[in-house]
Design a protein around this ligand. Structure first.
Ligand code: TXA
Ligand code: MG
Length: 323
């Protein structure tokens, strides 16, 4: 897991320092790696049109090369430059949800690098909602018109819990990233919803920060079920795993039974605030690890709204890390 040599000198800057935006753009244009805050989780960004830079994202994370990266853009009007075509559904979802926690899979434009798409004929695009990250993306686009995208997976080591603070990024990637932009805690806390708009009807591949119900409503119900034809690589059952063993509870009785069997276990989700659970879930899983907790018990929220994303991540965390 920790076999990547840590050779970069990592600099940490706050979002509100006057040089942060220029510094981030300069590092990206020079082919370096910048960890950027977004409303969902922190991303490990490289200039999406620089093949060497994108390759170094995979090396830093220890991520398999066939897991494609999302291209982050400063504004929705940049999306056509990355797509061979945008369906009416894709345009409608973009209009309603961007900037925000939604990733659209669309047919890729010819210039999009294979290293970004994993050789697929689609590309994931997203306009994140974070003012400083947006400013970085907009400035990059001004320097490289039509090519100002940032390819960014979550800024964690492969298979680990996603980062929702600059501290989490440094815990995983210190010495593997050039610049970390500290924007405080990510307000949504779970990753973007991924909707494949290259199939008809569109399909949710990963539940996330925009509830599936909202996507279905925007598309007037024209949405394929999760078991539809499309698949995203990298949705391994062993993803999002802390070292502590995650135990899943569906009811308060389950929580009591598990807590009695595992004294000292951390317990999450019992106050029923689903927005707060999404926002704090990854930090609390990491904190349980740091405290050396053997077990974390999570009371799953109902499968609605943000509950879809939380259930997905917790159930994957409960499978544990492969190998
Ligand atoms: O909220 C988010 O989406 C965060 C922030 C940083 O934007 N990003 C994120 O990226 O979660 P990552 O790489 O950790 O997860 C993206 C998922 C991966 O499972 C990847 O396989 C899938 O999206 N994906 C990206 N492009 C794809 C494509 N063209 N076809 C199929 N799956 C794709
Ligand atoms: Mg990830």
């Amino acid at each position: 897991m920790n076999d990547t040599p840590r050779v970069r000198s990592t600099r940490l800057v706050r979002v509100d320092e006057p040089t942060t935006i220029d510094d981030a753009v300069a590092v990206l244009l020079a082919g370096g790696l910048v960890a950027l805050p977004t409303e969902t989780v922190y991303g490990l960004g490289a200039h999406a049109s620089n093949e060497t830079a994108v390759r170094s994202v995979f090396a830093a994370k220890g991520r398999p090369a066939d897991h494609p990266l999302i291209v982050h853009l400063g504004a929705a009007d940049q999306a056509p430059a990355w797509a061979a075509s945008l369906s009416r559904d894709a345009a409608l979802l973009a209009e309603a949800c961007w900037p925000g926690p939604l990733t659209l899979l669309v047919p890729r434009a010819a210039h999009v690098l294979d290293v970004v798409t994993g050789g697929r004929d689609t590309v994931g695009v997203r306009v994140p909602a974070h003012p400083v990250t947006s400013a970085v993306l907009t400035a990059l686009e001004a320097s490289a018109p039509g090519r100002g995208g940032v390819a960014a997976p979550s800024a964690n080591r492969f298979g680990h819990v996603s980062p929702t603070s600059a501290r989490h990024v440094l815990d995983d990637l210190d010495g593997l990233v050039d610049l970390v932009v500290d924007g405080g805690s990510s307000p949504v806390g779970v990753e973007s919803t991924i909707v494949d708009c290259s199939v008809d009807p569109p399909q949710v591949l990963r539940p996330g920060g925009i509830p599936t119900e909202q996507i279905a409503e925007l598309l007037h119900g024209r949405l394929a079920g999760a078991g539809g034809p499309s698949r995203a690589p990298g949705m391994l059952a062993s993803h999002y795993a802390p070292r502590s063993r995650v135990l899943v509870a569906e009811t308060r009785n389950d929580v009591e039974r598990l807590a009695a069997a595992h004294p000292g276990a951390a317990v999450l989700g019992v106050d029923g605030d689903v927005v707060d659970l999404a926002r704090t879930l990854y930090a609390r899983l990491r904190a349980a690890d740091d405290a050396g907790a053997a077990h974390v018990i999570v009371l799953l929220p109902p499968a609605s709204g943000l509950g879809h994303a939380i259930r997905d991540r917790v159930l994957k965390a409960a499978v544990g890390r492969a190998g």
